[in-house]
Design a protein around this ligand. Structure first.
Ligand code: NAP
Length: 248
């Protein structure tokens, strides 16, 4: 009997997981993306794009699409979809796994100021920075609009469809993985004194944190929002083991 798995995506892990499950006999995989990125990395297997309409809409989708298990491989900062997914799986009694990569841990030599959200990151910058690399994504950039005397180098995965809402800024478009050597060069070339980052964890964007440490630069690190505990695994391999055990 073929079993159908929904992967909630938007991360490299989701793409890797879809590839592995797509080549597993007896499993159909459908990946779901929010639709924020115009040219996302396309996962193997079926794909759907766009919100479900909250937890209720997702529960309806799970029933209609005859989903047997949900793997939530969304980004550590995508908290709403994870809450909805956990609730929808409770309602429908469908197994739910949260695949959450471990956060980066502060190491000797790191000059981190940890803050709770992007708005607090802007406050922290206002107090100390002159030239900052901002890598928090597009959606919350408005928090930096009031920093009129700080030069902001903003890195996004795609060119924005509208001008950035910032006074003194420069745009860089780039998608990880990045190397430490390239990140060092970027930070040096732009004379950056502070890096602003979400604590996304993972390898793809870790290099900027290593480069900042090596160059002795400050980092304003945004802590993760809480995601619901339950079945939580940190790696694609562990998620695959969960699938075998759950759908056996
Ligand atoms: P969010 O705040 O948790 O979700 C907002 C709404 O977007 C959800 O309620 C849901 O709409 C829809 N949504 C989110 N992820 C979805 C998915 N995989 N499939 C279908 N609908 C989805 O999420 P976000 O922070 O805006 O992130 C959106 C997407 O970008 C996520 O898939 C995430 O993995 C990816 N991403 C986020 C970040 C980040 O820093 N937040 C970074 C990299 C990638 P409905 O309620 O209508 O279902």
């Amino acid at each position: 009997m073929t079993r159908r798995i929904l992967i909630l995506g938007g991360t490299g892990e989701a793409v890797a997981l879809a590839e592995r499950l797509h080549s597993t006999p007896g499993i159909d995989v459908v990946s779901s993306l929010a639709g924020r990125t115009r040219a996302p990395n396309r996962p193997q297997g079926d794909m759907r794009v766009g919100g479900f309409g909250g937890a209720e809409g997702l529960a309806r989708y799970l029933r209609e699409a005859r989903i047997d298990a949900v793997i939530d491989a969304t980004h550590p900062f995508a908290a709403r979809i994870s809450t909805h997914a956990a609730t929808a799986c409770d309602t429908t009694a469908i197994p739910y796994l949260l695949l959450l990569r471990p956060p980066w841990i502060r190491q000797t030599g790191d000059r981190w100021a940890e803050v709770d959200d992007v708005s607090a990151a802007a406050d922290a910058l206002a107090a100390t920075a002159k030239r900052a690399l901002v890598t928090v994504g597009r959606q919350e950039l408005h928090a930096f609009a009031r920093l009129r005397h700080i030069h902001l180098v903003v890195r996004l995965v795609e060119p924005p469809s509208e001008p950035l809402p910032l006074a003194d800024c420069e745009l860089i478009v780039g998608r990880g993985p990045f190397s430490v050597a390239d990140e060092r060069q970027l930070l040096t070339k732009h004379r950056i004194d502070t890096v602003v980052s979400k604590n996304s964890g993972g390898e793809s964007t870790r290099a900027k944190i290593v480069a900042a440490r090596e160059l002795g630069l400050a980092v304003v690190m945004v802590r993760r929002p809480a995601k619901r505990a339950g079945a939580v695994f940190g790696s694609v391999e562990d998620a695959l083991k969960w699938v075998s055990a759950t759908l056996a």
